[in-house]
Design a binder for this molecule. Structure first.
Ligand SMILES: [Ca+2]
Ligand SMILES: [Ca+2]
Ligand SMILES: [Ca+2]
Ligand SMILES: [Ca+2]
Length: 327
């Protein structure tokens, strides 16, 4: 133990104080990881969350394939939190990826400020500011998160499940899972509606995937819990008449599913972006297809920017279908 401690003495957080048989030091970064083109230069970047008292880091990719570590003051300010999951998504529809980070762990009493999630708005070019008033206040130890448009109104909503169960004297499952409905993207207003719409799972979440299980045009949710109710499926029964498009890609070469592609869709609902395959809903993943809610729009134009930089444009696509776009 003492040898390991000496080898890692440069690091502030010492795994070996807590888990003395660990062969390597694991706990400074992650498990939160989000992948996306944060600065809109065509190259994918990484956000890697920090463990408790470790600042998270934004790694911006350079032309030569190396990454610059961007230590913005905001990440340092929030290092008290233990980042468990993160998702890049364009919350306000302004064409850049914003960021939601889940705070979790079990090192503080339940309901502690330490467990409060954070929302960061991208001000352009990968510079983020924290906008806490955008999301409903919650102090639940969380795990998985994903953003998707569950009511097909063109605005991305957030679904988010609990992290821990009962540990020592704390019961971290005082509340059911969260659903933050994006009611005003331009003004960044999310409202908590989970109980109202029947999302009541209180499990110890380990995985979440949002996909249209029955292909009725509305995204369903499957949750994997480290618990008795280990698989929970919520079927979306919304019937509001809003239209949608689901896009799959057929790339050339080895990357046939188009992992890393950015899909931009323009309709009368405005312009929306998705990045394919870069999601990490904690230990889970959405399917390799992009779902767009379109409101009353009946056609859309789609631009795919493939990972090699080439583009494919498809115009006047009829809504309410799954389309496959080939490179
Ligand atoms: Ca980039
Ligand atoms: Ca944005
Ligand atoms: Ca929505
Ligand atoms: Ca469905």
């Amino acid at each position: 133990m003492s040898r390991n401690k000496a080898q890692n003495s440069l690091h502030e957080f010492d795994d070996f104080e807590r888990e003395i048989l660990l062969p390597h030091k694991f706990s400074q970064n992650g498990p939160a990881l989000a992948i996306g083109d944060a600065d809109n230069d065509g190259l994918d970047d990484f956000y890697i969350g920090g463990a408790k008292n470790q600042a998270s880091v934004l790694l911006l990719q350079k032309e030569d394939g190396r990454f610059n570590s961007v230590q913005q003051p905001i990440w340092n300010m929030d290092k008290i939190h233990e980042d468990v999951a993160a998702d890049f998504f364009d919350a306000d529809g302004d064409g850049d990826l914003d960021l939601y980070v889940v705070s979790g762990g079990n090192e503080e009493e339940e309901q502690n400020e330490y467990y409060r999630d954070r929302f960061y708005k991208n001000t352009g070019k990968g510079v983020f500011v924290r906008v806490m008033e955008a999301i409903p206040e919650n102090h639940i130890s969380g795990s998985c998160v994903t953003a998707a448009d569950f009511d097909n109104d063109g605005a991305l909503d957030i679904v988010h499940v609990n992290g821990w169960g009962e540990v020592r004297d704390s019961n971290y499952r005082q509340q059911s899972m969260r659903f933050f409905h994006n009611t005003n993207p331009e003004a960044l207003v999310f409202e908590e509606r989970a109980n109202e719409i029947g999302l009541d799972d209180r499990g110890q979440g380990r995985g979440i995937a949002c996909f249209d299980a029955d292909r009725d045009g509305f995204l369903d949710i499957v949750i994997n819990n480290n618990d008795d109710n280990n698989i929970v499926l919520y079927r979306n029964q919304t019937d509001n008449g809003n239209h949608y498009l689901t896009v799959k890609l057929n790339g050339t070469g080895n990357n046939q599913l188009g992992v890393g592609a950015r899909i931009t869709l323009a309709s009368e609902k405005g312009t929306q972006i998705r990045e394919l395959g870069g999601t990490n809903n904690y230990v889970s993943h959405n399917p390799l297809e992009a779902h767009f809610g379109l409101g009353s729009a009946t056609t859309a134009d789609i631009i795919v920017r493939w990972p090699d930089g080439s583009e494919t444009m498809t115009s006047n696509v009829n809504v309410d279908q799954l389309v496959t776009i080939s490179q």
